[in-house]
Design a protein around this ligand. Structure first.
Ligand SMILES: O=P(O)(O)OC[C@H]1O[C@](O)(CO)[C@@H](O)[C@@H]1O
Length: 321
């Protein structure tokens, strides 16, 4: 299948592993890696590894695109990014031996409304002669754009009738939901922000996920770390609990989950099998820097140790009844 991922504000991830982070002191790293990333790029990596043909687009700073160009060629994705003056941001990820991660995400290159329209037209120029099986928008909006920019992109692209999956947060998530995105993947905090109230327990999480589904989000995926994944769709409400793994770096777990869910839906996998694959792959991702790796020698154990069930009771009382 063909997928185009769109990264309005990609990043180079600088992943620094430390024994423990000491604030306002000299810290010595155990290892440092710099990798082309951002939600759209990470999603592309996973989709290619699952056998899809992927085109990547968005904005890249012309001054430091070499790491991205190399990454696209290594992963086998087609580079359809627009270059803009300046350097793509660097996001710092400090991971400690106990599994804690401190994220410091830079704002990114400023983009004005004119450049935003240029990106939408660039994508539309492609859609005019080649329709992918899905489109995916990943990550935050660049500084300089109002949240409504996300809504206008979603509306314009939805007109092509291609399923549009969006992984973003805050006001941009609200705009994507109102504009008719087909799938989103908030985590617990992002879902609470969307719902406008704290999510105290599992029941509140399910109800908020059902409300999101009720807004027309056909594939509502909520990630909640080690507490699992909730998926609401026309197939019902499903829940997965990941296997226990040694946590090294959680940064790409959500991206891996969403990409594998997109794969599951595109491939028409049955809900149990699809959610199991996505949850296990996302658990695999937290064992190291970067996205989940299906070729890990114990991946079949991770699949076996992932628990998946359909929550019929929630379906009966909720929006799907
Ligand atoms: O666009 P945002 O919200 O700043 O998120 C970007 C970050 O998200 C990730 O894709 C992880 O989800 C990182 O690779 C990247 O640094």
């Amino acid at each position: 299948m063909r997928v185009m991922t769109i990264s309005p504000n990609p990043a180079l991830d600088l992943s620094i592993s430390l024994d423990s982070l000491r604030l306002a002191e000299l810290n010595r790293a155990q290892s440092i890696e710099l990798q082309a990333a951002g939600k759209g790029v990470n999603t592309a990596r996973v989709l290619v590894s699952l056998g899809h043909q992927v085109t990547v687009t968005g904005f890249l700073g012309a001054d430091n695109d070499a790491a991205f160009v190399r990454a696209f060629s290594d992963m086998g994705a087609e580079d359809y990014f627009l270059r803009i003056p300046g350097a793509t941001r660097i996001n710092t990820k400090l991971s400690e031996a106990n599994g804690n991660v401190t994220d410091i995400n830079a704002p990114g290159l400023e983009v004005d409304e004119h450049s935003w329209r240029r990106l939408i037209e660039h994508i539309e120029a492609r859609l005019a002669y080649e329709r992918p099986d899905a489109l995916m928008i990943g990550g935050s909006l660049p500084p300089g754009l109002p949240p409504s920019a996300m809504g206008s992109m979603v509306k314009r692209l939805r007109a092509y009738g291609v399923p549009l999956w969006v992984d973003t947060s805050g006001a941009a998530l609200n705009a994507a939901v109102s504009a008719g995105a087909n799938a989103v993947k908030p985590n617990r905090e992002e879902l609470a922000e969307w719902a406008g109230q704290p999510i105290a327990d599992e029941d509140a999480l399910h109800q908020a996920a059902l409300s999101l589904y009720g807004q027309g989000i056909e594939e509502t995926v909520v990630s909640d770390g080690a507490r699992g994944v909730t998926w609401v769709s026309a197939r019902g409400v499903w829940q997965a609990l990941p296997p226990k793994v040694a946590v090294a770096n959680t940064v790409c777990a959500g991206d891996t989950l969403f990409a594998a869910m997109l794969h599951a839906v595109l491939s028409g996998m049955n809900p149990d099998e699809g959610l199991r694959l996505a949850t296990a792959l996302s658990a695999e991702a937290v064992r190291h820097v970067g996205v989940g790796d299906m070729t890990a020698s114990d991946f079949s154990d991770l699949l076996d140790d992932t628990r998946v069930r359909r929550l019929n009771d929630v379906v009966a009382g909720g929006a799907l009844a």
